[in-house]
Write a protein that binds this ligand. Structure first.
Ligand SMILES: NC(=O)c1ccc[n+]([C@@H]2O[C@H](COP(=O)([O-])OP(=O)(O)OC[C@H]3O[C@@H](n4cnc5c(N)ncnc54)[C@H](OP(=O)(O)O)[C@@H]3O)[C@@H](O)[C@H]2O)c1
Length: 254
């Protein structure tokens, strides 16, 4: 993981990591699932003020992102880019090589070598194990986080160790958008269900990376810095946790 840069997306604040770098609280997800849209990424960067992009070697779109970033005209130093390696890249030599390859595909000269280091899908047990094996505490932990999946104990643990919690699948891959409590709150605030989910993550102090391949939805997802969800409504959303995973369950990894 890595990079510099400040805010972005219509007043989007940034969170300071233990690495000394700041990550914008709202980023754009990309993926190998559900497609990739060059035009949507360019739109996000040029028109929506997005300055944080999440990708991974596994998503197979790093070289496509290179083209979109170039076309957008956004400077590298103004952009936070997270990429993720696969577990087959574990180990110093392999990780270094994989980071350099990601940089090459992305057309950037840093990330690897990394300015900030993150892990993904690490539960408390995994982070405890990491503490035994490594001297560096990760700066970020990227984990599934949406109204049906709010792992508060893990969030608290990460905070206690100065690891910034980054939530993926903030819309529960779209599953949250039709839940009656969320559609009701959307109506109450005159917002969309997606905006309610994203705003809720941010108000809970979570860095969040909704994905869309559609320019108008990215625009919508970025308009979350001009309203506040009242505390009792945040509590309604907090109470929706039922433990379901829409991605996968990292507790199966020992
Ligand atoms: N570290 C990990 O293991 C891991 C795992 C999963 C995901 N991630 C990261 O997290 C990002 C987000 O996760 P995700 O894509 O799985 O889930 P998500 O962001 O919760 O949901 C994305 C889905 O919602 C739709 N959508 C987006 N905005 C919308 C809106 N305003 N209204 C209605 N529908 C909307 C998208 O469709 P359209 O594209 O058609 O708009 C897509 O089907 C990924 O791109 C990836 O970067 C990381």
């Amino acid at each position: 993981m890595a990079a510099a840069g400040g805010g972005g997306a219509h007043g989007c604040p940034a969170v300071l990591l233990a690495s000394g770098r700041s990550i914008p609280v709202l980023g754009l997800g990309t993926s190998h699932q559900g497609g990739y849209s060059h035009d949507a990424v360019v739109h996000a960067l040029q028109k929506c003020g997005i300055r944080h992009i999440d990708t991974a070697k596994r998503y197979g779109c790093e070289s496509l992102l290179q083209k979109a970033i170039k076309e957008s005209g956004v400077k590298r130093e103004d952009l936070w880019i997270t990429s993720k390696l696969w577990h087959s890249d574990y180990g110093y030599e392999s990780t270094t090589k994989a980071c350099l390859e990601s940089c090459e595909r992305l057309g950037v000269d840093y990330l690897g070598l990394c300015r900030s280091i993150g892990v993904s899908n690490f539960l408390i047990s995994h982070l405890e194990q990491l503490k035994e094996d490594c001297v560096i505490t990760p700066h970020v932990n990227q984990v599934e986080y949406h109204p049906f999946q709010r792992p508060q104990e893990l969030v608290d643990y990460c905070r206690s160790r100065d690891i910034v919690f980054e939530g993926y699948c903030p819309l529960a891959k779209g599953e949250a958008l039709t839940h009656p409590s969320i559609t009701q709150l959307a109506k109450k605030y005159g917002r969309t269900p997606a905006q309610i989910c994203i705003r809720w993550s941010i108000q809970n102090g979570i860095v969040t990376i909704p994905k869309s391949t559609k320019a108008e939805r990215i625009q919508e997802n970025c308009k979350v810095f001009d309203f506040t969800i009242a505390e009792d409504d945040v509590e309604i959303l907090n109470g929706m946790h039922d433990g379901r995973h829409v991605s996968w369950d990292p507790s199966l990894i020992v």
